[in-house]
Design a protein around this ligand. Sequence first.
Ligand SMILES: [Zn+2]
Length: 153
Amino acid sequence: MKLLCDQMLGTLAKWLRILGFDTFYAPNEMTDDALLEIAKKEKRILITRDKELIIRAKKQLIPTVEMQETDLIEQIRKVTKEHEIDENKFLSRCSVCNTELHSISKNMVNGKVPPKVFETKDNFWYCPTCNRYYWMGSHYDDMIKRIKMISSG
Ligand SMILES: [Zn+2]
């Protein structure tokens, strides 16, 4: 399943990527026409709050999720209601650029992440496109707990 979040849904796009979903996030300057074109060409499900955009997408047979929810957890629940979350895919994509992350060994991040992180974490990931290092920080842990709660009940 590939997704496309419009300009209003940046936080949701970031978390969908962290959960492993291939998610295109529309840049600010992108027109609705261009956005629909990408959804169609790349077979992405359009996620938006914009009712007019939903109507236009439906006319072009682009699948849509109309987002009325404002709470992030509720938004994730809505997107994943029909598409199960696969825990094996968590942290498999860069939250900034959507590239698939590489798992890298601890000794390769020495000096490249904060010392405290290096001391306390054992699993690291790397984005080859934007040169970022990832690990499961406390913000991540809290969020995953909340997401697991919604997906189990
Ligand atoms: Zn990246």
